[in-house]
Design a protein around this ligand. Structure first.
Ligand SMILES: [Zn+2]
Length: 120
C-alpha cells in the first residue's frame, strides 16, 4: 500500500504519511509555518524580501514506496487524536489538558491530550 509525501515549492519533505488526508493536514500546517516565517523574514529584512500573505506556497501530495518513519508516529497520533471527538463541558467548551491547556479529545474512548499525550 502506498504512503504519501509532500512536495512544497518543489522541495520534497522527509515526512511520510500513511494516508492522503494526513499528508494534506501536514501540508496545510507547513503552509501556516511559511506564513509565520515569511512575516518574521519581512520584519528582519524590510524591503529585501516581499512577503505576500495571500501567496500560498504550492504543494503537491505524491505517492511513495517509502515506509512511514518512526519519528512520524507522534505526528500521526497527534492527528488521530485531533480528528477524534472533542471532550466538552456542559457549556460546549473544550475541557482542557491540566498539563498544557490543549483541548482534550476522546481517543479510543479515553480523554487524551493530543499535545502532550496525557490521558485520563
Ligand atoms: Zn496536554
Amino acid at each position: 500500500m502506498a504512503n504519501y509525501k509532500i512536495i512544497i515549492e518543489g522541495d520534497e519533505q522527509d515526512e511520510v504519511f500513511s494516508t492522503y488526508e494526513d499528508a494534506e493536514n501536514y501540508a496545510l500546517y507547513l503552509v501556516s509555518c511559511y506564513h509565520t516565517g515569511g512575516k518574521i523574514l519581512e520584519m528582519s529584512n524590510p524591503g529585501d524580501y516581499s512577503y505576500d500573505p495571500n501567496d500560498d506556497p504550492e504543494y503537491e501530495i505524491v505517492e511513495t514506496d517509502e515506509a512511514v518513519k518512526e519519528t512520524d508516529e507522534s505526528i500521526r497520533i497527534f492527528q488521530e487524536v485531533v480528528n477524534s471527538p472533542g471532550v466538552y463541558d456542559d457549556d460546549g467548551e473544550y475541557i482542557r489538558c491540566p498539563n498544557c491547556g490543549h483541548g482534550l479529545h476522546y481517543y479510543n474512548g479515553v480523554k487524551t491530550c493530543p499535545e502532550c499525550g496525557s490521558m485520563e
